[in-house]
Structures are given as C-alpha cells and as structure tokens.
Ligand binder design. Structure first.
Ligand code: FAD
Length: 351
C-alpha cells in the first residue's frame, strides 16, 4: 500500500486542473487514470468534433490553449495535444492505465483500490467524467430492431454508413453535430429525431457567451442573490460550422420522437413509419461514480450531494467535473479551474 496526501481519480481535464492546484498548494498527490494515453474523453470523440469556443476560451489554469492553425474552433485532436502537453509541462504525476475499482473509509483516511494496488490518502478528488457511462433511454422495441445501434461514444465518422438510412436520436449538441456530420456526407439518408423541438442558438452565441452566463449565475449564487438560471435558458445547440452548414442546406429538420422501434425501423404515434439501417443514440451520459459506491453517498438522480465540490457525507471526498452540480461550468475546459482551485484549498485545510 502507498500513502499520499491526495489521490485524484481521472486524468482528463478535470483531474489535470486539480493536479495544477494541488501542486501550487505543495501537496503530495498522484493522478490515477484508466486510459492508457493522455487526453481524457477527447481522445474517443468523433473525428469532426470541434469545440464550441475558440482556443483562448478553452484553457485550463496556468496555460492558454494555443490556437489551432486554420480553425477558429479547435478540433478534439487539438485538445488531446493540449492536455498531453499540459500534463508534461507541469510534470503532473499521472499513472495511465490504472483503473480505480473502489474507495473505502479506513481509520480517518480513504483507501483507493485499483487494478494494480491500493493507495491510502488524506483526501480523494474524483474526476472520472461521464464518457464511460453512456445513457440509453428505455424505448419500446429497442431489442426488436435488427439494424445497427450505437451511442455517441461509438460514433466516429460517416464511413460505414454510405447508402444507409440512419436515425439520429437526441436534441443536444451531440445529436445535432452527428446528424449534421452524417447529412453533409451526401450519401446517407438521415432522420433526426428529438424529444422537444431543437433549439439552435443564434450564430453569434458560442461557448464564450455560455460561460459568461454560467459566471453570472455563480456570482449571484455566491452573493446569496436569486439564481439567474443556467445556460439552458439560452438554447441547447451551439451553431458550430457543420451544424450551420447542415441547417443552411435544409438538412437539419427534426422530427418528433418515435413511439417504438420495429424490426426494420421506427414508428410514430400517428402510425407513420420510417425504415432504418442504423440508430445513433445521442442521448447523453450519467456520472461515472461506481467506484464510490462503498462510501454509500448516492443521492438523487445518481448524483452525490455536495457543498461546492465537497461531498456532504464525506469531507475527504471532492467531486470535480461531471456537470453544473459540482460547480457552474465545471464540466468545461475553461470552467473547471475555479472549482479545482477551491477543492485544493479545502483539502489543504484538512487535518
Ligand atoms: P473526462 O474527459 O471523461 O476524463 C475522465 C478521465 O477519468 C478519463 O481519462 C477516464 O479514463 C478516467 N476514469 C474514468 N473512470 C475511472 C476510474 N474508475 N479509475 C481511473 N480513471 C477513470 N467542453 C468545453 O469546454 N468545450 C466544448 O466545446 C465541449 N464540447 C463537448 C462536446 C461533447 C460531445 C462532449 C461529450 C463534451 C463537450 N464538452 C466541452 C464538455 C467537457 O469538456 C467534456 O465532457 C470533458 O471531457 C469532461 O472532462 P473530465 O475531465 O471531467 O472527464
């Protein structure tokens, strides 16, 4: 067993931002990451994915993301390069290829059990993201459909769908971008299906504006004023270039959600049908928290109740990233720096 001040679980952007601030506090720590290579979930995203903010608005603490030549909105590969460089530049002690299985309490400390051994720590920061927990809705007929079904996490590019009829399910950014990616290919018949009418943001609103809204909300909450609301009030879908191109070409018209799948397609409540060779489920994610189950902290909707990043039921545990419930915009590159700093500060005060 190895002892340290802090074990950070997850070496994506949230884990690296935590490492940056733990180092500044002079704490001894290790970052355990299940992926064999740096970059967190960005290394698994689809080929045409672009950030919804320019590089300089997508930076972790301490180091601006350099612009990607020829692109206003950097691609996922550029983010992987940036995170790889960030890890090296700050000499962050990331152990790739190490999966955490369980976290348990042990005589005033936390034990972190991995597939390669156990760590003992004064505190743990869990930053495992959501990518490894894709969510699929329970839709009648899902097991009857004989075509191909994949989730966002399994989608890479239009290759392999040529000449096919594909239904893309989901009215968020992933659904819009993947529907656009497939439709712009020109050889695929795409039906985009959303639960509510999709709301594409005005072209001049990108991740910068969304971050400003999140910041205003945080200020309001911090000073005890009324909650100004999250980014959801503005719309759901950022009009990144492929989404704009598909929309302007009339290729991004959504249909209402179907009521069931059949062996060869989908059926709507009015009885109408569409044949399909494949369904791409862009239906979101849940936080990857199973390693924390032994602590018995799960609250509503699978979240762990927190005050800021600190788990209410376990003061030695902090949660970073995941979604707004661990701090406004904490699941974004630019937004995770502040909660990471606060977590490191609180951990430094622990006995
Ligand atoms: P991840 O990147 O998922 O990293 C988690 C790490 O934890 C992984 O390396 C994983 O291997 C590891 N891990 C998981 N479980 C374990 C375990 N049990 N033991 C050890 N390690 C483990 N944000 C922006 O700022 N701008 C954007 O434009 C933007 N676009 C997005 C587009 C899409 C399609 C998606 C899905 C998200 C986007 N985001 C964007 C949001 C956000 O930046 C990403 O979700 C981000 O990857 C979250 O970072 P993270 O470090 O919390 O998690």
């Amino acid at each position: 067993m190895t002892s340290t001040d802090v074990v950070v679980i997850g070496g994506g952007q949230a884990g690296l931002a935590a490492g940056y601030h733990l180092r500044r506090r002079g704490l001894d720590f290790v970052i355990l990451d299940a992926d064999p290579a740096p970059g967190g979930s960005w290394q698994h995203m689809w080929n045409s994915l672009h950030l919804f903010s320019p590089a300089e608005h997508s930076s972790l603490p301490g180091r601006l993301m350099p612009a990607q030549p020829g692109e206003t909105y950097p691609g996922a590969g550029h983010v992987v390069d940036y995170l790889t460089d960030y890890e090296k530049r700050y000499g962050l002690p990331v152990r790739h290829g190490t999966r955490v299985i369980a976290v348990r309490r042990d005589a005033g400390r936390l034990l972190v059990e991995t597939d390669t051994g156990t760590w003992r720590a004064r505190a743990v920061i869990s930053a495992t993201g959501t990518w490894s927990r894709p969510f699929l809705p329970a839709v009648p007929g899902r097991d009857v459909f004989t075509g191909r079904q994949l989730h966002t996490v399994g989608y890479r590019s239009p290759a392999g769908f040529a000449g096919q009829r594909v239904i893309v399910v989901g009215g968020g950014n992933s659904g819009a971008q993947i529907a656009a990616d497939l439709a712009l290919d020109g050889h695929i018949e795409v039906t985009w299906v959303t639960q509510r009418p999709p709301r594409i943001l005005p072209d001049d609103i990108d991740g910068r504006a969304l971050f400003d809204v999140a910041t205003a909300r945080r200020r309001a909450l911090d000073s005890g004023r009324r909650d100004t609301g999250g980014v959801a009030s503005l719309g759901d879908i950022v009009a990144v270039p492929p989404v704009r191109a598909a929309r302007d070409a009339g290729l991004l018209t959504a249909k209402a959600m179907f009521s069931r799948l059949t062996a060869d397609g989908a059926q709507w409540p009015d009885g109408s049908r569409a044949g399909a060779d494949a369904i791409v489920w862009c239906t979101g994610f849940r936080p990857a928290l199973s390693h924390l189950a032994p602590l018995g902290l799960r609250g509503r909707r699978g979240h762990i109740p927190t005050d800021g990043t600190r788990a209410l039921g376990e003061p030695r545990l902090h949660l970073l990233g995941y979604g707004d419930w661990t701090g406004p915009a904490s699941a974004t590159l630019i937004g995770v720096g502040r909660p990471a700093r606060d977590a490191a500060h609180e951990i430094a005060q622990l006995g």
